[in-house]
Design a protein around this ligand. Sequence first.
Ligand code: SF4
Ligand code: SF4
Length: 199
Amino acid sequence: MQLTNRSKVVSNKVQSFSERIYFPAIISGMAVTFSHLFKKRPTIMYPEQKREMAPIYRGQHVLKRDENGAERCTSCGMCAVACPAEAITMTSGERKKGEEGLYREEKYAKTYEINMLRCIFCGLCEEACPKEAIFLTDRIVDADYERDDFVYGKDKLVEKVDKRIDVTKRQTPEVLAFKKIPGLKHNELYTDKLNKGKH
Ligand code: SF4
Ligand code: SF4
């Protein structure tokens, strides 16, 4: 019974002289090789040359600060619950008096870690976050030698005050429209609250 239409009948045909010296086969193989010399090279010479990323490329995460420089993350754990790879862990701390400029909410992430070897860069943490605190960026996670070095803590995740990371291209028109809804309390700045005398 014939299982596929690609099967070939094996023959005991005696090879011709040209087949025995492999010369035509070598010439046709070299022709294929030489034809590639004149084609555009698809190889990207990373890191000197960088591939253009799609605007929604999902690379290394950033923990965002708000407009006043305070960390947005309130350690609610929604990202960790949403993460299918169980790559996120955190511990919570309570904001003390005088730390309002450091942490946006009364509860904050004392430690926050993402294991980049577990992460599959699905972006679910970003979608789950109610505080717009975590975003994936177009940065590539650096290569390293030790597994431990791939567990990124706040030192690597929280953006620097003087070196903000633009994530507007990851905010869909729907999100941007949502942020403009008047009366949105969860996005209100701490200074706004101060001005309104709510604190
Ligand atoms: S991108 Fe996906 S896998 Fe990676 S930390 Fe976020 S939810 Fe987990
Ligand atoms: S990053 Fe967002 S979802 Fe995750 S703990 Fe912080 S506030 Fe919650």
